[in-house]
Design a protein. Structure first.
Ligand SMILES: Nc1ncnc2c1ncn2[C@@H]1O[C@H](COP(=O)(O)OP(=O)(O)OP(=O)(O)O)[C@@H](O)[C@H]1O
Ligand SMILES: [Mg+2]
Length: 297
């Protein structure tokens, strides 16, 4: 389970506003990648582009040998089916109860009988600690429950790639920590490729296998967590350690790398690939050629 996604030279603008340019990175199959960036850096736009909801101006999104940014309609539809997404606001339909919200993607597919749908929905609700709340409307739930319900819906079709847009937003630190542990557990359980975008530095430091920093219209860096957390690139240090680019970087060198959150209940992670390369945003050597050959190999 889980597929590799290779993003190559991706650029997105709205009119004359360039959101980010020439973003290239490889999201390892079955692992958790976090893209960190300040508010307005274009994180949500990145996720929407990655799953084909927005069209990039340039660049490629290679999945299993196909380019999501440039393929025929059938392939596009199939590739889109690989994704599940937890939207920033949960993305639940306000007029549908939790059960119907979570059942929605299954009913849209119109392939499963209602009895089977019930089995699947109840299993996902149990997985996310939502049993008993089936008949509640989204407006009657706490923020944390809404997030988990959005996540149950994102997982209901057993996606190969799961996107999380700011999973901790609107939650207190205790619930954010709980959700982070849940993300790590779900990754171990499903083996799907997880991509989390957030401005929360604690999440970025403890949850992912790989981290990237999206800042001032470019992907400053992307690579294994340990490499990025010990980087002496000033902009990375400023963002990770002080939270605010522009403030003084820590004078004593980077703080120690915190332990990575491990799955609870002795679950074993499906994958831990050998650490990949560190990708530096605009500093990629154009002579190195594009990474397209790595998709689907
Ligand atoms: N559909 C759109 N049309 C025009 N501009 C857009 C559209 N969607 C996003 N933008 C602009 O793109 C920029 C990046 O927005 P985005 O929502 O991706 O930021 P973000 O990093 O997710 O921020 P936050 O952390 O606050 O969620 C913003 O300036 C926003 O106004
Ligand atoms: Mg956003």
């Amino acid at each position: 389970m889980g597929v590799e996604v290779v993003v190559d030279g991706l650029t997105k603008s709205f009119g004359r506003q360039v959101i980010w340019e020439d973003v290239s990175l490889t999201l390892p199959a079955g692992e958790i990648s976090v893209l960190l960036g300040p508010s307005g850096a274009g994180k949500s736009v990145f996720l929407r582009t990655l799953m084909g909801l927005l069209r990039p101006d340039r660049g490629h999104i290679w999945i299993d040998g196909h380019d999501l940014a440039d393929c025929d309609e059938n392939t596009f539809h199939e590739l889109r089916g690989l994704f599940g997404v937890l939207f920033q606001d949960g993305g639940l339909f306000g007029s549908l109860n939790l059960y119907d919200n979570i059942a929605f993607p299954l009913r849209q597919q119109a392939t499963a009988a209602e009895a089977r749908i019930r089995q699947i929905v109840m299993a996902k609700m149990e997985l996310l600690g939502l049993l008993g709340a089936e008949r509640k409307l989204p407006g009657q739930l706490s923020g944390g429950m809404r997030k988990r319900a959005g996540l149950a819906r994102a997982l209901v079709l057993d996606p190969e790639i799961v996107l999380f847009d700011e999973p901790g937003s609107g939650l207190d630190p205790v619930r954010t920590a709980y959700l982070n542990q849940l993300i790590v557990n779900l990754n171990a359980e499903t083996g799907a490729t997880f991509v989390v975008v957030t401005h929360d530095v604690d999440t970025a430091r403890t949850v992912p296998d790989s981290i990237g920093l999206l800042f001032r219209r470019e992907l400053v860096m992307f690579g294994p967590r340990e490499m990025l957390l010990s980087s002496d690139e000033p902009v990375v240090r400023q963002f990770l350690n002080a939270g605010m680019p522009g403030s003084d970087p820590d004078p004593g060198g980077p703080p120690p790398i915190p332990p990575r959150l491990m799955p609870s209940g002795n679950r074993i992670r499906h994958t831990r690939q050998a650490p990949g390369d560190l990708v530096r945003g605009q500093r990629r050597d154009p002579a190195a050629g594009i990474v397209r050959g790595r998709a689907g190999t």
